[in-house]
Ligand binder design. Sequence first.
Ligand code: NAD
Length: 318
Amino acid sequence: MRLAVTGGAGFIGSNFVRGVAEGRHPELDVERIIVIDNLTYAGTLSNLDGLLDDITFHRTDICDTETVTRRLAGCDAVVHFAAESHVDRSIASGLPFMRSNVLGTQSALEAAAAAGVDRFMHISTDEVYGPVPTGATAEDAPLVPSSPYAASKAGSDLVALAFARTHGLPVVVTRCSNNYGPYQNLEKAIPRFVTSLLRGDDIPLYGTGTQVRDWLHVGDHANAITALLAGTPKESVYNIGGGCGLTNLELARLVVDELGLKPDRISFVQDRPAHDTRYCVDDSRIRDEFGYRPQRDFHDAVRETVVWYAQNRSWWQR
Ligand code: NAD
């Protein structure tokens, strides 16, 4: 398979590319990997260290349909990660999110169809469902996004599904929970917590830290995407969860504990507007159809992640 990955210099995209390039997903039988990324503040070639001789990297904006079409020539599948991804930034300024996430997805779909790509995987988020006070949301739950980021992702999901119906491009939309692992931008929770503590600062925690999030290791996420890409999905939307919900305060305490520090290193700061209280996806569809299960033990994988940031200061102090 000739595989194109948009946003492949970002956190999840680069981990996915690394896994494929290092042979952890042989079922995909990938002969060539093309990464398309315009290297925003969130994307860096250092996320692809050691891989650049084995992949083809193009610094290209996904909104540039003509160039993306040329880049995709000869590709069999696209995994579309490229997006503006940070909720706080979307609250400060929503327009870049609408541009890259909604228009960028339309552009990537048009380019994929024009280039004759056989399969398009659109990577979305559990945040499109809005808050889930109890229970879990299945794929047919209404989309009630709270932030401009989540609204732009919900818009991009609808754009992708409508494109599939109109133009017959085989599209699969995935909605995963919070990812964690190496190479994540420091603005996101776990790297922020770890690096604040390593710098001698406190962890800044929004509100009272009672918001519940489900945590998915980026390697388990890659396994789920691979299962869908290698198989024949019956549906067009799949939730992907980590099966591990905890409050932000519990998560912060875990990180403090891993570094052998005391809980007084957590400071509470003003909450963000419209901060969703809880997310929880029902991912029985991908579990039943593909036998997907998160493989990582949460505590071991968080420990491993904390150690990675502690041992890779040169990456995050760049
Ligand atoms: P990230 O911000 O780390 O990486 C995004 C990448 O996309 C960057 O390399 C950036 O340069 C690139 N990009 C942004 N706009 C672009 C454009 N217009 N053209 C080309 N490249 C562009 O994000 P991430 O955390 O790796 O998330 C990847 C995808 O997964 C996103 O679509 C996000 O919505 C989704 N997602 C992430 C999480 C999470 O916990 N990180 C959870 C659910 C869903």
